[in-house]
Write a protein that binds this ligand. Structure first.
Ligand code: SF4
Ligand code: SF4
Length: 421
């Protein structure tokens, strides 16, 4: 296998949006839908049933031992339980809760910061922070990077949190010190947010405004001077990344005794104008778009995430999830259409790739579904998922989508092989 370092990177020229947009607080929706992941080892989904009452902040899991759970973002009554399968085949139970106007808070959350509390209550926090690496005896994680910059163009949700909730981030940093064995906690921000970042108690590092410099692998190389080897995760390299919003949610929960059940989302309309909204987790996208006066017509494109790394979705009934930093709507006329034109070997994708992957060769193997060969011969696993190759492709080949699918298919192959060993 080719082991590529990140040395000799070229710098693409797309710039992040650095000025956080103003925030609109949306009222409690009439219903929310929470997607509870099915346990990998099978077993029951949840003991909850239609008609059961639910309190705000209540932990809902398949079984007491299950690592998969969601946190109820409203008080109300369960009105629906349905199977849901996402675009990559991951199975969930979609739990719909009819919400009351008033919150009745569940009191199971323990205010004492400990790793057990983090594992039990915060993996469904906004930003989906992961605490499992700290509990894994095979990993030694000593560094936490709080990403105070958004990871896609146009989005400013995390930057909004750094600008306006630095005190909560500070409390979150103190909680992280108690809960983990990390001896170095950094926060990465653009130049214009350094002042707020210095009040958080974390070591401040500045990220340049050029895309994709806020992606974790780029931060590892540029700011920590480390290269993640092919096949290794960031945690294998001793570093856990968390979003600024996740750490602020942690801090706010330990200060107030109430889990944070909202998410800041940047909503980008068809004219390119952006606004930040704070919504309850599980709010249907349709409610968010209505509140922002954005209509979605047939053949418009609805993207979860940002324009470079986001995933187009088919339904505005889908809910805002803890990882939903952005919702982008493009009208049909302005959407870049993908094609089945062949690669003309222009080399643009290779020139723009920050990891210098031979994308023109890789795409041939991905189109032929030769995923293991793509990984072994053309550096599939070196890809940091920036989406620049798709952006520049003259033939409009959906390279980024091919890469995501290939990585997912490879993960299934590896899981099946591990199960057979
Ligand atoms: S998404 Fe494309 S440009 Fe970005 S790292 Fe992967 S192959 Fe390279
Ligand atoms: S940019 Fe598109 S057409 Fe050009 S070499 Fe890459 S895959 Fe082929």
């Amino acid at each position: 296998m080719i082991k590529r370092s990140f040395l000799g990177l070229v710098k693409p020229k797309l710039q992040y949006n650095l000025v956080p947009d103003s925030l609109q607080e949306l009222s409690v929706p009439s219903k929310v839908t929470l997607l509870l992941k099915e346990p990998q080892n099978g077993g029951g989904t949840t003991t909850l049933k239609v008609g059961d009452p639910v309190k705000t902040g209540q932990r809902i899991s398949g079984s007491p031992e299950s690592a998969e759970y969601v946190i109820a973002s409203v008080t109300g009554t369960v009105s629906g339980m349905a199977p849901y399968v996402d675009g990559f085949g991951q199975k969930y139970t979609a739990i719909t809760i009819e919400a009351s106007a008033q919150d009745d808070w569940d009191d199971e959350f323990n205010k004492e910061p400990s790793l057990d509390t983090a594992l039990k209550f915060f993996e469904y926090a906004p930003g989906n922070p992961s605490f499992k690496p700290f509990a894994d005896p095979e990993k030694t994680v000593r560094n936490i990077v709080i990403n105070g910059m958004d990871q896609d163009l146009l989005l400013t949700a995390n930057q909004y949190v750094v600008q306006n909730e630095a005190a909560d981030i500070k409390s979150g940093v103190e909680a992280l010190k108690k809960m983990t064995a990390a001896d170095r906690i950094l926060i990465t921000v653009p130049e214009n947010l350094v002042q707020q970042a210095t009040t958080t108690g974390a070591e401040v590092k500045t990220v340049s405004a050029t895309y994709p410099n806020s992606l974790p692998h780029m931060i590892m190389k540029d700011l920590l001077g480390r290269v993640v080897l092919v096949g290794d995760s960031l945690e294998d390299a001793g570093v856990v990344f968390m979003s600024a919003e996740a750490v602020a949610a942690l801090g706010a929960a330990f200060k107030t005794g109430q889990l944070r059940v909202t998410k800041v989302v940047t909503v980008v309309g068809k004219d390119g104008s952006a606004t930040n909204v704070r919504v309850r987790l599980g709010t249907p996208l349709r409610d968010v778009l209505q509140a922002c006066n954005i209509s979605v017509n047939d053949r418009d494109r609805l993207i979860l995430g940002g324009p470079m790394r986001g995933v187009a979705t088919y339904s505005d009934e889908l809910p805002v999830e803890p990882c939903t930093d952005g919702i982008v709507v493009q009208d049909e006329a302005n959407s870049a259409q993908v094609t089945d034109y062949p690669c003309i070997n222009c080399g643009e994708c290779v020139r723009t790739c920050p990891v210098k992957i031979p994308v023109n060769m890789l795409v041939r193997f991905l189109e032929a579904r030769l995923y293991e060969e793509a990984a072994a011969m053309y550096d599939l696993n070196c890809c940091i998922e920036c989406g620049l190759c798709s952006y520049v492709c003259i033939s409009r080949i959906p390279i980024f989508q091919y890469i995501k699918l290939a990585k997912y298919e490879l993960s299934l192959i590896e899981t099946a092989e591990a199960a057979n060993e």
